[in-house]
Design a binder for this molecule. Sequence first.
Ligand SMILES: Nc1ncnc2c1ncn2[C@@H]1O[C@H](COP(=O)(O)OP(=O)(O)OP(=O)(O)O)[C@@H](O)[C@H]1O
Ligand SMILES: [Mg+2]
Length: 593
Amino acid sequence: MNKKPSLLNRLFAFAGSYKYFTILGMVLSGISALVGLLPICFIWIGAKEIFAVYPNITMSESIVTNAWLTVISAVGAMLIYFFALMCTHIAAFRIAKNMRFQSISHLMKLPLGYFNETGSGKIRRVINESAAATETFLAHQLPDLVGAFVTPVGVLILLFVFDWRLGLISLIPTVLGFLSMNLMTGKDLAGRLKEYQTALENMNNEAVEYIRGVPVVKTFNQSIFSFEKFHKAIMDYKEYVLGYTYNLRKPMVMFQTFINSTPIFLVLSSILLISGASDMKNFLLNFLFYLFFTPICATMMNKIMWISQNTMLAEDAVNRVDELLHENPLEKAREPETPKDFDIELCDVSFKYPNSNENAVSHVSLKIKQGQTVALVGPSGGGKSTLAALMARFWDVEKGCVKIGGVDVRNIEESQLMKNISFVFQNTNLYKASILDNVREGNPAASIQEVERALKAARCEDIIKKMPQGIHTVVGTKGIYLSGGEAQRIALARAILKDAPIILLDEATAFTDPENEHQIQLAFEKLTKGKTVLMIAHRLSTVQNADCLYVVENGQIKEQGSHPELLKLNGEYADMWHEYQSAFMWKESEVQA
Ligand SMILES: Nc1ncnc2c1ncn2[C@@H]1O[C@H](COP(=O)(O)OP(=O)(O)OP(=O)(O)O)[C@@H](O)[C@H]1O
Ligand SMILES: [Mg+2]
């Protein structure tokens, strides 16, 4: 079985040669911890001397030297620690940078569909926060951990040197403390910590969902029910926190009791040992030394305990980054070919979303000849948007193939594919940027005049007129909102500016007012003139003139043909059409009344 590499090795994988800075930083931190013990020794030696010559302190020759050595070693320890931190910081920043860099360059290779599926919030969190979590671990906790291990070892050696019996006794609580610490950081705890994190994440997600749902909740007057999920998430979280804390109660109490019990051990054992001491003065001095300095061990052990908990957090962060890096990228075309024209063909295509068990579309074949307009209609969830996404290679098909100009899209270079396709989405996403920049996404080299012409062609003049700074107005900022229909018209202007030979249009399902609808219709016509067009329509009025219509239901094509042919067939489409007609008539009659 393959053993999972240690956290440090996994982090080093991002470090390149900078890992040596981390190692140097750890070594320096250990040295600094040892040097940090010297002042204690010098003070102790000095104290012993003072006792020896008391009350004639001036008789001591080395007392001043000792004082200087104390100061020098203390300053030296600090300086070495400073350099240690400098090294670990240099490496930590480099590792965090590389983690972010690798994640982002891997993201660039992922299928576009991944971004629809995975919220931008989650991606941002993984890249930003995970890298930051490892940074704290590498820059501070790791060197401190080395120091925290080295100090007790150094102290213990000193304890043995001065009086091995007292040293041995001071060792007992430390060993017991270590044993009970093991109870706390065992496997069970790691699992619990993960559950705890998941519960926390759940609660946060439910909170966001709850807030997002407030308008719906209010309009449907269902405040109590909708709070239930959020409430449950809070309760789950509470349960985990309590369980986690209760679990730690015993080992934590044991740990703290043991590591702080050295004085009791020392006092009790000294009472027994003192009668046999040959040099009473020396024994008492050693005793005092032990009494004052063994608490250093306790402090350091506490430090180790907290660091080992934080290590799990860093591990979790690396796991998240690894998960992202293991997302399958789209395969690059090995021998890229250039499409000979802009015919689009789906040959027996089946596809299921990565997070789903059922096919979203199965065995779909259809063809759009260059310059033709093909429309997809059918019930919600039928698979229309999925088919459009497959044409633009947002995902790779599972079976069959998608061809453009006779070439499998997997053999067309990504940049070329993207250059030839304009996609207007169902839920138009405009950036928080000026209208000018939003439209210019379609062609970054376009002049302002060209952008204005595209906006005019997409019938956006009335929108621009309303805006305080015209096309320089930043959308999405305070007070500047666009309706769904207006946003879609801006997106159409962007597509018009791009002027790609293939247009994929996913009509907005949101109801827009008749005036907006009319404007959108005119913009569509301008955009699609002479292009190869796939149109997904929810309003049948927009697709009557298409060269061919496909009815998509349950991921399959149920009917196909032109509008008159399908009406003649008297099947599903005919039903949809009659329904649409009667709804339309009903609306008309309402207007007349
Ligand atoms: N990102 C996704 N992950 C998993 N399943 C998905 C995803 N997107 C869509 N699906 C599923 O795939 C099927 C087809 O969805 P699709 O969005 O293609 O339907 P549609 O015909 O465009 O519907 P609508 O008319 O409402 O836009 C549905 O069952 C849907 O639940
Ligand atoms: Mg759709």
